[in-house]
Design a binder for this molecule. Structure first.
Ligand code: GRG
Length: 296
């Protein structure tokens, strides 16, 4: 398969659905809706929704049944980036190649846009007119994965420990906690949600979840490596910020070569989780390889 082509088509599908399903920019009050659109359509890779769609397919399900929840994942991800960039958190000026939300709309509207995107994610996931073909038990199970991954036992928990440990040396356990929650939880949930909606049986579900967990950790390690070695223009955000902020990262604790080896091992393990799947899991296989080689 041609991965670039696949990703382009999937990105288009997700973008079209997001435009249809979130309030229009000029809807009252336009300030918050403009800020939501600004961050949502700033050129993200759409990795999380694409994983949801690919996992649903690997499990034997239909793409369109997984589309609303795939969009919910992107809404939650975008909210987390807006809040992460705030002066009280990472205090960043550039995201997805553009000035950050609080720089353009002010801090209050940026916080509200993040809040609205998070809430909109669950509004969309629970709309009775969508996913009519999906049994209610599956929908609730998928919502459970989504909510748990986003909350204090997942992404918010990881972000909390990340912020509170900045400037102090972090041990390997703390570093793994931060990375598996802050970034890994939502990526693993993207796969889990697709697997549930696609109707995966227990064994397939466990394998897909393990794939998602390994991929999520590998993704954050490559993000650390990109901060250490990447290019600001390609990444669309400032680089070399982690060391100056005293951030807990894999390169800081293990060095660059060992971090690269760790990411490589995780991707091998993620691929092994897909051994029992047929060719419908090929997009998941290709995405795993892409994570390792990505430059943005
Ligand atoms: C504020 C509750 C709260 C959580 C923030 C996601 C996050 C937690 C912080 C972001 C910090 C960061 C840059 C982490 C690195 C991994 C990551 C999430 C990168 C951005 O994701 P991509 O590369 O971005 O998928 P695009 O723009 O392509 O969607």
């Amino acid at each position: 398969m041609n991965l670039a082509d696949y990703l382009r088509r999937r990105r288009r599908l997700v973008d079209g659905a997001l435009k249809r399903w979130i309030p229009a920019e000029d809807e009252f009050p336009p300030q918050v809706h403009k800020a939501m659109h600004y961050s949502l359509f700033a050129g993200g890779k759409r990795l999380r929704p694409i994983l949801t769609l690919a996992a649903a397919e690997a499990a034997g399900g239909r793409t369109r049944d997984a589309l609303p929840l795939a969009c919910s994942l992107e809404l939650i991800h975008t909210y987390s980036l807006i809040h992460d960039d705030l002066p009280s958190m990472d205090d960043d000026d550039l995201r997805r190649g553009k000035p950050t939300s609080h720089k353009v709309f002010g801090e209050a509207v940026a916080i509200l846009a993040g809040d609205a995107l998070l809430t909109e994610a669950f509004y969309l996931a629970s709309r009775p007119d969508l996913m009519k073909g999906v049994p209610p038990r599956r929908r609730i199970q998928a919502l459970w994965h989504l909510a748990r991954a986003a909350g204090s036992l997942g992404m918010v928990g990881g972000q909390t420990v990340d912020i509170l440990t900045q400037g102090r040396p972090a041990d390997a356990g703390t570093l793994e906690y931060i990375h598996t929650r802050k970034t890994g939880a939502l990526i693993a949930a993207s796969v889990a949600v697709g697997a549930v909606i696609g109707g995966a049986g227990l064994r397939s579900f466990r394998n897909l979840l393990a794939y998602g967990e390994k991929l999520g950790l590998a993704f954050q390690i490559t993000d650390d490596l990109l901060d250490a070695e990447g290019d600001e223009k390609k990444l669309g955000k400032a680089v070399r910020k982690d060391p100056s902020k005293g951030k807990a990262t894999y390169p800081a604790l293990y060095g660059i070569p060992e971090s690269r080896r760790k990411a490589g091992r995780l991707i091998e393990e993620a691929l092994a989780c897909l051994k029992s799947f047929d060719r419908r899991a090929n997009p998941l296989r290709e995405i795993a390889r892409f994570i390792l080689e990505r430059s943005n």
